[in-house]
Ligand binder design. Structure first.
Ligand SMILES: [Fe+2]
Ligand SMILES: [Fe+2]
Length: 146
């Protein structure tokens, strides 16, 4: 497969994926309409928001392959890296708080919902650190996906 063919296939995948994200937004909306349970509504709402954001990311990937090439030079990252380092500290604090809370909840009865939501928050905060860690690799001139 040529590079151009591969690119076209990726673009087609992004467009198809966007349709799936739209279906996800509609589907979560149907669940929200159907239930008054605040936990189910909260979870569906967060998936819905993620789907909307994923759509934007897929748009970005498709656009950059199609018409608007984009680059990410280590020097550009260098300009804001101090601030990003500081931000990572904030993320680390959120992870400490999530873990501390989970530990305190351990073995306690009647906290199933809170534990469930805390696990969700922990996963999300760890994801924030991970995407910044990958950015650091790019900044260092490493290619995390080679
Ligand atoms: Fe998604
Ligand atoms: Fe975060």
């Amino acid at each position: 497969m040529s590079t151009k063919e591969a690119q076209e296939k990726i673009i087609a995948n992004m467009r198809r994926w966007q349709k799936v994200e739209n279906a996800s937004v509609a589907s979560t909306g149907r669940v929200i309409e159907k239930t008054d349970n605040p936990i189910v509504r909260l979870v569906m709402e967060l998936i819905q928001r993620d789907s909307q954001f994923h759509y934007r990311v897929q748009e970005f990937v498709a656009d950059t392959l199609e018409t608007k090439p984009v680059s990410l030079a280590p020097e550009e990252l260098g300009k804001v890296w101090d601030l990003i380092e500081k931000h990572v500290e904030i993320e680390m604090e959120t992870i400490r708080l999530a873990k501390d809370s989970l530990e305190r909840m351990h073995g306690m009865k009647g906290l199933l919902v809170q534990q469930y939501l805390m696990e969700y928050l922990l996963l999300d905060e760890e994801k924030h650190v991970q995407v910044l860690e990958n950015l650091r690799k790019i900044k260092q001139g490493m290619h995390p996906y080679a």
